[in-house]
Design a protein around this ligand. Sequence first.
Ligand SMILES: [Zn+2]
Length: 497
Amino acid sequence: MRIAVLTFMHETVTFLSNDTTTDDFLYPGSPCKGEALLSTRSNASMAGFVRCAREFADVELVGIESPLFPKTGTGSGWIAREAFEHFAGIMVRALTAQGPFDGVYMALHGAMAVRGVARPEAELAARVRHAVGRAATIAATFDPHGNEDEAFFASADLGFCAKYYPHYDMHLQGERAARTLVRAIRGTYVPQVACIKVPILSPTVVQWTGAPPWMDVVQRALVWEARQPDSFVNVFFGFPWADTPDAGMAVQVTTDGDLALAQCIARDMASFVWRQREALVSAAQVHGIDEGVAMAGAAVEQGAVPIVIADHSDRSGHATWVLKRLLERSMKRVLIASVADGKLVGRLVAEGVQPGDRFDEAVGGMADASSGEPVRISGTVLAVGEGLPGGDGRGLGTWVAVGFGEGNVLVVSAFLMQIVEPSQLEKMGFQLSDFDVFVIKSRVHFRRGFHDSGFSPCILLVQPEQPFLGTTRLEALPYQHLRLADFYPFGRERFAP
Ligand SMILES: [Zn+2]
């Protein structure tokens, strides 16, 4: 049994001004193929797939040349058409040259947005189908932030979406994809899929599945999977910063040969989600920057440390709003990780920056209105590092840590840096007990290490008062490819799945 394995993933913020280009996917280790792809540690769903597929003695996996997640992370906009064509072309040529295949596994995200391609994942599936022929079985895994509808299944057979946010179960969905793909190839599983779009659009910061009502949605999907053996229930939360026609929530249900059952479960899930709509879209409390920083100051005085300030809205990584406010309030013992400023980091590296150097620079801002003004920081370079420990392996580039004020540290990074575990900061060389406040750029992922672990008693989600591109106030965003009024809570009142 020969199975081709490939990946092409991005979570595209189409409102960012910098397009994602071919070059953004090129760095040491990306693209890769063969064993290098199959053993990459950067992709949990693929790792789960490979581990499980290799338990079958008669399965041969073929790693098809694929780009890994772009080095800009989620800090870049529309994927250039040329980049999509370039990598899709490489994959299709490799599939044709190295075939025939019994199956194809694609590790996808679902919120990729490509200029001029309305549904990139479905388009990729169509091209893969054309390359491998009708007899092959095509399976994929998705991120819960995917914007997907039924179009993907016009060409593909199976899809498995992670259920949790933070995305704890990516590897598990990869394992399920492997087992079910092998069965489908053998003919002992006949996928029947039902898809329903649920017209709810919500900012990702509210979508934490560690508490109701999002936890309730996950739980209901798990109950259906428990009640009906061989059923798989995907709930896409959707990604509202990709301005695409298939944005928003969606339910996909796959059963073994029973379309009526798939439709029944999909209707139940969709109507359950719709009934929870009011609670779903208002599940997180987000503070203005000033209010959030003031609350952090009060919490320090009360000893409720360590405190996490998460600027969920910074999509470029350059935002300086929190940093500026911390300086104005003369806060102490704060670690800010990070403010992105690729130009500054590039210049410092060219100048041979070293620990101990004096640092007096304007940092961050300027990417667009959402990132604010550069902030002048005077201090001392404490460390110069490379990449993000425990991160996703992409070429995140150099970062520079600067000590300033009374026990404060600012990390200046080349790209948007999302810290999700305190241990990452320790591996960067910081002593966690040196800080009362941790300022990070993350929406929900950080709860993995800072909240679910019990690390921080005080989590403060913040965003600028103005409705910049990362705002929870989606009505302020210049959508062109979807009509906001079609969604709850922006005008949509009725929905009958
Ligand atoms: Zn996600």
